[in-house]
Design a protein around this ligand. Structure first.
Ligand SMILES: *Cc1c(COP(=O)(O)O)cnc(C)c1O
Length: 348
């Protein structure tokens, strides 16, 4: 920790318009957010299954029970219309995931979480730089978490951040990621023995981001507008090249968002997905599948989360294939990807 961490934090705040602190990963950021809302054993957290497992695992470390809610067929985002029916007296939070970089349905979710007096957490690992109704992602939910893993919109090799406009919540989250250490004299409970005095009131962990990685983050952030533009151009290229083919369902976008696209989640018929994936990989096109529904992992299925729980997310998974989407995909690469896709479906 040093001056570069503060520089990086203020550069992130310039993008998000909200206060933040940085941590060592997106997983750490989620862990800090759940600590801040004082998640306890038996509390329930509503999440979509179409995400990386850290959205859930970090809540489960506090003993929370995960309640899976299905996603919308169009965007793959948590479906607000299905959230309310899952709320019980034990529900503590709803965590929305900005799948592919497209912000979740924040206004609808806010209405629900405010009505029930519970928290809204936004796992924005995919969406740094995205906007929702003109407002940047970062201050839309009670707490927002980011990841700076190399595949994400900007990177610090490993890293993450927590942001939000509620200073009490944000400070609790920060303390958790800094060993719970309190250094503000006005908050001391013990007698002060000397200038070295510091206190721990609640347990935390070491989730600090090194200064050397913060420098990388700051330099990455200087380029975020260009990254966003490149990703947008790739999105448009795929859209215009693939939209006429009946085999493909293209990702949809609400008119009121401005995503910093992290993924290009194409959907194809379930029966050809695996072969298409293998064919593209064999052609050196590094496609991926995002994501295996979280409750397919044995850590859940062995706890009695049956298949079929969220049929729309499962169908999304069986048909999904993520096409190359990053600022260094060249025009030639894009042409190759589209040519290979067309070649495959011609014989499918
Ligand atoms: C990447 C990611 C995380 C975890 O971030 P790390 O930096 O890899 O720990 C959490 N949630 C989602 C949706 C992610 O994509």
């Amino acid at each position: 920790m040093g001056p570069e961490v503060e520089n990086f934090e203020s550069a992130i705040s310039d993008v998000t318009g909200s206060e933040c602190f940085v941590v060592s990963s997106g997983t750490a950021a989620l862990h800090c957010a759940y600590a801040a809302i004082e998640l306890k054993p038996g509390d329930e957290v509503i999440t979509p299954p179409l995400t990386f497992i850290a959205t859930q695992s970090t809540a489960m470390h506090f003993g929370a029970k995960i309640v899976f809610c299905d996603v919308k067929e169009s965007t793959g985002l948590l479906d607000p219309e299905k959230v309310e029916a899952l709320i019980t007296p034990r529900t503590k939070a709803v965590t929305v995931v900005d799948y592919a970089g497209h912000p979740g349905d924040i206004d609808e979710l806010r209405l629900i979480t405010e009505k029930h007096g519970i928290y809204l957490i936004e796992d924005a690992s995919h969406s740094l730089g995205s906007k929702y109704k003109g407002k940047p992602v970062g201050g839309l939910a009670d707490l927002t978490t980011f990841s700076f893993f190399p595949t994400k919109n900007i990177t610090t090799a490993e890293g993450g951040a927590v942001s939000g406009d509620n200073p009490v919540l944000l400070d609790k989250a920060r303390k958790f990621g800094r060993q719970g250490m309190i250094k503000e004299p006005k908050r001391f409970r013990n007698q002060v023995d000397g200038p070295w005095h510091q206190e721990v009131h609640a347990l935390g962990l070491n989730y600090r981001l090194p200064d050397v990685l913060a420098v990388l983050g700051t330099s990455q952030l200087e380029r975020i507008d260009n990254f966003k533009k490149s990703r947008e151009l790739i999105f448009q290229y795929y859209e215009s090249s693939l939209s006429r083919n009946e085999f493909f369902v293209l990702p949809s976008k609400e008119h009121f968002v401005e995503p910093n696209w992290h993924l290009y989640p194409l959907r194809v018929p379930k029966a050809i997905r695996k072969n298409l994936f293998d064919f593209l990989r064999a052609s050196d096109i590094l496609v991926q599948v995002n994501y295996v529904p979280a409750y397919f992992h044995p850590v859940f299925s062995e706890l009695d989360y049956p298949r079929g729980l969220c049929p729309i997310a499962e169908d999304y998974y069986w048909r999904e294939i993520s096409l190359p989407m990053h600022p260094n995909v060249s025009d030639e690469d894009l042409e190759t990807v589209v040519a290979k896709l067309n070649e495959f479906v011609k014989y499918a």
